[in-house]
Design a protein around this ligand. Sequence first.
Ligand code: SF4
Length: 169
Amino acid sequence: MIEDIQIVKATGLMINYYYVCKRKLWLFYNKISFENQSDRVILGKVIHENSFKNLEGKEILIDDLIKIDIVNKNNIHEIKLSDKMHTATTMQLAYYLYYLKQLGVNKEGVINYPLQKKRFTLKLDKNLEYQIEETIKDIQNIVKLKKPPNPEKKDYCKSCAYFEFCFVE
Ligand code: SF4
């Protein structure tokens, strides 16, 4: 329900981080920030700025919560550097579709990985809606914890902005 979303104020990035790492979600929400201008971050920005220039409605911010890369008549698009975090990207886009539906706007989603020349479509269904609602509830519990969840080493930790904070003593 939209009311729940407003209480939690889950952003698209928070939904994404929930599926990447619960500790990262907690650190981000609690404003412990080490995001930097790494080559990868800069490359991501360049790709966002230069991809799909012919599509209308680039980067739309709604309610200060969700920032959609591209909106057009039937679809919303999410553009990412790689498909390494495909589940997180899928759930981020599903949240956008869910949020728009609460506003009376029904669209389908498209995930674009321009460097890999890959494209996936996404339709919101009851199962995805349920997953989003459960995710939002769980996010509320996680971000209110007094301390962050313990670090758990994953393949991608080394490319995370919090790596040194989590693992270097
Ligand atoms: S370094 Fe690993 S454990 Fe630490 S916040 Fe990043 S993804 Fe999570």
